[in-house]
Design a protein around this ligand. Structure first.
Ligand SMILES: CC(C)(COP(=O)(O)OP(=O)(O)OC[C@H]1O[C@@H](n2cnc3c(N)ncnc32)[C@H](O)[C@@H]1OP(=O)(O)O)[C@@H](O)C(=O)NCCC(=O)NCCS
Length: 162
């Protein structure tokens, strides 16, 4: 994978690239703006795991504006990996994080990130992608439906552990 994602994929005013160490503080700040929670340790750990190791099957991609010194250094990010044989499922591409800078939304950044990771999964030989969405998150549902995703064959179960 790495070879293509390391090259910038030219888009309208931005490029999709593999994450670098210097991007993590911007990813952390973007996530804090979107979720209201600061998680610097979590994001550093995710970078160590998805931005440095087993890069063949792990993708941590960022969208950067073409303009140098932009006030918004990272327009968005997406993270995923190929997972095999969980719950008996054949290898498939999982997307577990996606976020676009609120000021940069509805300009195709989310779509470009999704397309870029889809290409990487295809290159790795998987033919299916999965993600998880909160039932009441209409925006996420609309976005992923627009990208062609539909309800899958698994149900998530949970219980309180006391
Ligand atoms: C969902 C999200 C990634 C979309 O990013 P985006 O860059 O605005 O999306 P795009 O501009 O590429 O839009 C792609 C498609 O998504 C859908 N979409 C995007 N924003 C939408 C909105 N506000 N209302 C309805 N549909 C929308 C449309 O189908 C759109 O296609 P169209 O432009 O042809 O209509 C972005 O809104 C986001 O980051 N939301 C918060 C995510 C989050 O909470 N992350 C933290 C936990 S991981």
């Amino acid at each position: 994978m790495a070879a293509r994602a390391e090259e910038a994929v030219g888009k309208d005013g931005f490029a999709v690239k593999r994450v670098r160490a210097g991007d993590i503080r911007h990813v952390t700040a973007l996530d804090e703006r979107v979720t209201g929670l600061a998680k610097p340790t979590y994001w550093q750990d995710i970078f160590e795991r998805y931005g440095r190791r087993r890069l063949q099957e792990r993708q941590f991609l960022v969208a950067e504006p073409d303009t140098p010194n932009s006030s918004v250094p990272i327009l968005g990010f997406i993270i995923g990996e190929v997972r095999a044989w969980e719950f008996g499922s054949a290898p498939c591409g999982w997307v577990f994080a996606l976020s676009v800078e609120p000021k940069a939304r509805q300009r195709g950044v989310g779509h470009a990130l999704f397309e870029a990771i889809s290409r990487e999964f295809r290159t790795l030989g998987v033919t299916k992608m999965r993600t998880m969405v909160a039932r009441d998150n209409r925006l996420h549902l609309l976005f992923f439906r627009g990208e062609g995703m539909m309800a899958g064959p698994y149900l998530q179960l949970e219980k309180e552990v006391d």
